[in-house]
Design a protein around this ligand. Structure first.
Ligand code: ADP
Ligand code: MG
Length: 289
């Protein structure tokens, strides 16, 4: 292929806020058949807000305050939302001791001598000895992320958090299909119900939920149609971006670890640039041959 065509493709991308790190990437973009996406921060804005608090056995404000006390030491977007809501509603958040976070699972710590565990259902159950099914009597709101809380080994309820779908998400999936992508996929650590809700609205073909970072890597490795494009933004996304044929980091608000592992960095907070990158790749290959 003519090097001048690749240079044209790379500068055209750069002008559109898309940094393509090597010319081989343009070729892979042009041929991509599967496009996979992280949910939080990629398909959604990644600015969740606490919408509901459901408690059992203790007061809802206490659930919020205890959760915020341990979450203030975590950098997770869900954690920030919990702390913000506690400060808004209740003022000062008490300190916690011996705080430890298990990435993609949750966080635990001691608050005034009480063991507080916050995160996914399975993590909370394993850390607190509370039953996996605890809270079955509490309402299950639709389309929200659920963060569970246990105190001293007893399940005390959950916080529901909502995150907005990016306005450009649905059009981006359609544009990718026009560019030759056969399957769009969502890979998320979040729950099945909220994952399906978001995927349906974005027009995603294949939904994989409740994944751990290593499960996301496995899903990319076993994708039925290659090459695979993966778009993500978070610290946890670095391994899965590296595993994809083309890793695309949403760099504007994303982590630098993700940007370093990626083949393509989108410098604007705009998901549609992922589809634009594929279109530029195709155009470059038409010119190059
Ligand atoms: P995603 O794949 O959507 O980017 P993550 O892998 O970062 O999500 O997290 C997956 C799930 O783990 C979250 O939906 C949440 O249930 C739980 N989780 C992880 N970290 C925390 C935390 N600090 N506080 C509460 N929940 C957490
Ligand atoms: Mg994420």
């Amino acid at each position: 292929a003519a090097p001048v065509a690749f240079m044209g493709g790379m500068s055209r991308s750069a002008r559109a806020g898309i940094i393509v790190k090597s010319s081989g990437t343009l070729e892979q973009l042009a041929q991509a058949r599967t496009a996979a996406f992280d949910k939080t921060g990629t398909l959604t804005y990644g600015r969740p807000r606490v919408t509901e608090i459901h408690a059992q056995g203790i007061d809802a404000d206490e659930v919020l305050l205890l959760a915020a006390a341990v979450e203030q030491y975590s950098g997770h977007p869900l954690a920030d939302a919990v702390v913000d809501r506690a400060r808004e509603d209740l003022g000062d958040v008490p300190p916690a001791e011996d705080v430890s976070e298990t990435p993609a699972h949750g966080v635990r710590g001691l608050v005034a001598g009480r063991v507080v565990v916050v995160g996914r259902a399975r993590y909370v159950a394993s850390q607190a000895g509370a039953a996996d099914s605890a809270g079955d009597d509490l309402p299950r709101p639709q389309g929200v992320t659920v963060v569970h809380v246990a105190v001293d080994g007893r399940y005390v309820g959950y916080l529901a958090l909502a995150d907005e779908l990016r306005t450009e998400a649905t059009a981006t999936m359609a544009s990718l299909h026009r560019a030759g992508i056969r399957t769009t996929m969502m890979l998320t650590g979040d729950g099945q119900e909220v994952a399906r809700h978001v995927a349906a609205r974005a027009g995603i073909d294949d939904v994989r939920a409740e994944l751990l970072p290593q499960d996301k890597v496995e899903a990319i490795r076993t994708a039925p149609q290659r090459p695979v494009l993966m778009v993500g933004d978070g610290v946890n996304d670095a391994p899965v971006l590296a595993a994809a044929d083309v890793g695309v980091a949403m760099g504007a608000r994303g982590s630098s670890a993700a940007s370093e592992s990626a083949d393509v960095v989108i410098t604007l907070d705009d998901l549609s640039r992922a589809a634009r990158a594929v279109h530029i790749g195709k155009r470059t290959m038409r010119v190059a041959w």
